[in-house]
Design a binder for this molecule. Structure first.
Ligand SMILES: Cc1cc2nc3c(=O)[nH]c(=O)nc-3n(C[C@H](O)[C@H](O)[C@H](O)COP(=O)(O)OP(=O)(O)OC[C@H]3O[C@@H](n4cnc5c(N)ncnc54)[C@H](O)[C@@H]3O)c2cc1C
Ligand SMILES: *[C@@H]1O[C@H](CO)[C@@H](O)[C@H](O)[C@H]1NC(C)=O
Ligand SMILES: *[C@@H]1O[C@H](CO)[C@@H](O)[C@H](O)[C@H]1NC(C)=O
Ligand SMILES: *[C@@H]1O[C@H](CO)[C@@H](O)[C@H](O)[C@H]1NC(C)=O
Ligand SMILES: *[C@@H]1O[C@H](CO)[C@@H](O)[C@H](O)[C@H]1NC(C)=O
Ligand SMILES: *[C@@H]1O[C@H](CO)[C@@H](O)[C@H](O)[C@H]1NC(C)=O
Length: 489
């Protein structure tokens, strides 16, 4: 008997119909004064609608807490009734994991809890568990010209982002979002609320920095911050690799450069059916950027299309793709897409050959609006790679490249015949790589992967310890979703 069935049996609920379960949950939420979005309302529509419209799931109820106590009460109701529960922050999970990644969960929609308070004396900030990145960045800047390192889309939630990594155009210089986390307040499966940090509940703090969604609901994050430099330079340079030979030589030059490129340089390859560019952010002025990139430009024949100096918020806006920064509720931007991730070290000639061959022979024939990002994640001077691997459950600091595969349609449904594009892209790169020499990033999930495989890919050598902690604090897997950490057997 699963632990859920056991709970049902214990409560005499084995025969409860979905409708009865829903009624019981609504009654419990109402009795404990937890605000909800009622089915049929505009708020329900917004709260239930994921960023990735391909993966739409229907919650049994949506709670909309405005206090940590509401979160505790919502978790208590779900636990009592044997209903699975998930925090939802920005709703940007590619697998719609904030909705549970399947029908019938309790959604704990946090986006009404988005306060950001910077203590200008210490430079530390309190950020509520439902804030979006653009809001956080603009508040930190307005309140004291401070920042931390994080990803680019202003609508992404600080919750999912920080709890599983948080990679952005500052990460080579300044690390992952989770490297800036100094403490968190977490509602556990038994509805108690605890703080964690390096000194308080350190195992929980280790677990939430890489696999947080499986361990509780974070109601508040505490970040340290830095003062950004006055001048930063964004750049785009086109790589015109018309043939497989040129692409192969170019890729070799990029990866050789990436291994020890300066820490101030943040860069990725941005590949689409029509072009491949280098793009990124340099911590310094335009002349510094040009000097840092010169050896690579010489080897790849890249031509600059954009070289623009600016301040911190200028680059946040640029990489935010033109969306207004200060995103909150209501939020209503969506796409319809399939995705996957990969981490590898430098590829050898066989692997580079397979990669370039797939790209030219197959990928270029896919006329959907696909793209691939290959971020220079690690390398000798990367702040990510220099971070203490034992400090957090994020398992992939050492990898040189972090790949994001994204394949989307402008309108309508994503065709089932389309999934092979990304799956084969990944498997052509990994064909001759031992399984210990590549990994995946849960913030760029391939939702089609089964849970056993997914856990190994995401958390590799840290999985056993994560499962042991999970067994201790969420033995019945209340915070379940199809690719989360399972309790140890
Ligand atoms: C347009 C776009 C751009 C992106 N750009 C980047 C990027 O530049 N760099 C990068 O690293 N990633 C990027 N991502 C991926 C993003 O980091 C992940 O999708 C992230 O998990 C989204 O977090 P969320 O809170 O918005 O999502 P949600 O769907 O709300 O949550 C994602 C997961 O986190 C859990 N969760 C969320 N909040 C909490 C909380 N407070 N407590 C406990 N669990 C919580 C949810 O239960 C779920 O499992 C991007 C995604 C999109 C759609
Ligand atoms: C957690 O820490 C914060 C900040 O130090 C404090 O205000 C709060 O009371 C603590 N909460 C718990 C549950 O210990
Ligand atoms: C760069 O240009 C030179 C001269 O045209 C050419 O020989 C070389 O193959 C090019 N390299 C790449 C990587 O495109
Ligand atoms: C690349 O590595 C794979 C796996 O170790 C190996 O099979 C292959 O022969 C290597 N190729 C080259 C050119 O070294
Ligand atoms: C590489 O891609 C091709 C074309 O999609 C596919 O047929 C093949 O199975 C892939 N190879 C591997 C090793 O995955
Ligand atoms: C709740 O769970 C935590 C973690 O397992 C445990 O330390 C705590 O004692 C539990 N609280 C209650 C009231 O059971």
């Amino acid at each position: 008997m699963s632990s859920f069935a056991a709970i049902f049996a214990l409560l005499g609920l084995a025969a409860a119909s979905p409708f009865e379960k829903q009624a019981a949950l609504s009654a419990c939420l109402s009795a404990s004064s937890v605000p909800t979005s009622a089915p049929g309302t505009q708020d329900w529509k917004l709260d239930a609608s994921p960023y990735n419209l391909r993966l739409n799931y229907t919650p049994v109820a949506i709670s909309v807490p405005t206090t940590a106590e509401h979160v505790q009460n919502a978790v208590a109701c779900a636990a009592k009734l044997g209903i699975r529960a998930n925090a939802k922050c920005g709703g940007h999970s590619y697998g719609s994991f904030g909705l549970g990644g399947e029908d019938g969960h309790l959604t704990i929609e946090l986006d009404r809890m988005n306060e950001v308070v910077l203590d200008t004396a210490t430079g530390n900030a309190r950020v509520q568990g439902g804030a979006r990145l653009g809001h956080v960045a603009s508040e930190l800047w307005t309140q004291g010209k401070r920042a931390f390192s994080h990803g680019t889309c202003p609508g992404v939630g600080v919750g999912g982002h920080t709890l599983h990594g948080g990679y952005g155009v500052s990460s080579h210089t300044k690390g992952l979002a989770l490297d800036w986390l100094i403490g968190a307040t977490v509602v556990l499966a038994n509805s108690t609320i605890v703080n964690c940090s390096e000194t308080e509940n350190p195992d929980l703090f280790w677990a939430v920095r890489g696999a947080g969604s499986s361990f509780g609901v974070v109601t508040e994050f505490r970040f340290k911050t830095f003062a950004p430099p006055e001048k930063l330079t964004i750049f785009v340079a086109a790589l015109r690799w018309g043939t497989e030979e040129r692409a192969l030589a170019g890729m070799k030059a990029v990866q050789e450069f990436a291994l020890d490129m300066p820490q101030e340089l943040n860069m990725r390859l941005f590949m689409t059916p029509r072009f491949i560019n280098l793009e990124g952010l340099y911590y310094g002025d335009k002349a510094g950027m040009q000097a840092a990139l010169a050896p690579l430009i010489a080897k790849t024949n890249a031509t600059f299309q954009l070289q623009q100096e600016g301040g911190w918020l200028d680059q946040v806006k640029h990489f935010g793709g033109g969306l207004p920064l200060d995103q909150g509720h209501p939020y209503d931007y969506h796409e319809t897409f399939n995705s996957a991730s990969l981490y590898t070290n430098a590829l050898n000639d066989t692997q580079l050959g397979d990669f370039v061959n797939y790209w030219f022979k197959y990928a270029k024939t896919n006329k959907r609006d696909w793209y691939v990002h290959i971020d220079i994640h690690g390398g000798k001077n990367s702040a990510v790679a220099k971070g203490d691997a034992a400090a957090a459950s994020y398992a992939h600091r050492d990898y040189l490249f972090m790949y994001l595969f994204y394949d989307r349609v402008d309108k309508g449904v994503f065709p089932t015949s389309g999934f092979g594009h990304i799956q084969n892209f990944v498997s052509n790169i990994t064909a001759t790589l031992p399984s210990t020499e590549w990994g995946r990033y849960i913030n760029y999930p391939d939702p089609s992967i089964d849970q056993q495989t997914a856990q190994k890919n995401y958390w590799g050598p840290n999985l056993a310890k994560l499962q042991a902690i999970k067994k201790e604090i969420d033995p019945s897997d209340l915070f379940h979703y199809p690719q989360g950490v399972l309790p140890a057997a």
